[in-house]
Design a protein around this ligand. Structure first.
Ligand code: GSY
Length: 172
């Protein structure tokens, strides 16, 4: 099994419900198991800042899928949740990004892992470091938690961390 960390986010509609549906779909795929989910954070938009706040979380999964197959799985979940995204960097109903795949460095036409912008984004680093305080950058051996200080963006706790089955039952 491959140990993978994902970032999930939503800033349109019922944001919490979209995160839950994404986690549920991930967990329902044979050969993929959601092991842990971080607290949910409300975060100011980074990039195109004139848009609604996001809800963001990080998820640890175990999966049999290779990185490219997993990307297709994530894109399929985005499609199933009727992802709307009209503008690059703009608002979206759901976003799933692969952050880390084992401790591999991967560069293909479709994928760069570790995710190329993750070390600059507090909305990624805060929940990720919460899932695993000892997690290091594959290429530099630096702890992700040590990068939080320099990262961009405001991050506020929205829901405390709970186990996966409780997460799926939370309501707004
Ligand atoms: O890269 C994911 C989409 N995204 C986000 C996000 O998930 N959260 C915040 N706070 N800002 C963002 N800007 C983009 S693009």
């Amino acid at each position: 099994m491959n140990n993978v960390y994902l970032s999930i986010g939503s800033n349109i509609g019922d944001r919490l419900s979209k995160l839950q549906q994404a986690v549920k779909l991930l967990n329902s795929i044979p050969g993929t198991e959601v092991k842990k989910i971080s607290a949910v954070y409300e975060t100011a938009a980074v990039g195109l800042t004139d848009q609604a706040d996001f809800l963001n979380a990080a998820v640890q999964i175990w999966t049999k899928f290779g990185p490219e197959e997993l990307l297709s799985v994530c894109q399929d979940i985005e499609r199933q949740l009727e992802r709307e995204r009209t503008v690059r960097w703009g608002p979206r109903t759901i976003d799933l990004d692969i952050l880390l795949y084992n401790q591999d460095n991967i560069e293909t036409e479709r994928l760069t892992i570790p995710h190329p912008r993750m070390r600059e984004r507090a909305f990624v680093l805060v929940p990720l470091a919460e899932l695993n305080r000892e997690l290091k950058e594959p290429h530099s051996d630096r702890l992700y938690r040590d990068l939080i200080r320099k990262a961009e963006g405001e991050v506020r706790l929205y829901r405390e961390a709970v186990d996966v089955s409780t997460f799926l039952e939370l309501t707004e």
